[in-house]
Design a protein around this ligand. Sequence first.
Ligand SMILES: [Zn+2]
Length: 237
Amino acid sequence: MPAISPNKPYRVGRSRTGLGLFATKPIKKGAKIVRYFGPLLDSKKKKDDAIENKYLFELNGRWTIDGSVRKNIARYINHACKPNAESDVSARKRKVVIRAIKNIEPGEEINYDYGTDYFKAYLKPIGCKCDACEKKRKKKRAEARAEKLRLKAKAEKKALKKAEKQAAKAKKKSEQKLEQKQKLKQAAKQRLNGARANGKLLNGHSGRAAASQLTAAKSGIFAEPASTQGGEASASA
Ligand SMILES: [Zn+2]
């Protein structure tokens, strides 16, 4: 760890992505925190233009600060998509200052936005680990979990409904079967009763018929036939 004067409002410490710069004292919004410094590279010089590292801070088309030097404490400041500081660039003076854009409390990590070019080149491929992006990822994961649970519950409800429907259908079918069986049974009983009743009726009728025939026969014998009906009756006897 680099030695930092205790007068400074920050220290280097462990962060989510390795090392980071943390406030040790309250830092007021707008206050200068630390200068981002290093050798100036001239893109017109072949030797300078060949230098490649993660700490190059481009001031303009021509000038770039090589912040990879150890003395550059600002190089410990990590990127954040919703930072509490910014890089205040003065291309004319070829100077960069990291400035608070919010009140920063002791213990808070100091961050600034590295810009779209750096983000696209270095952070997007591995996934930005800043608080805002972690929060977003966490939210997305929670939402995905909730959605999964919702779908599972929906599927279970659907399965239950289907089972209930099938059970109701089966019950109805068995009830219909039972009803049909009872109907058949009843019909058979009715047929049986009907046969018995018919038998009785037939017996009764035949008895009565026999009696009337007897009467008719008697009237045929003992009386003059008064009508054709009586004649018929006597004839049939
Ligand atoms: Zn981020």
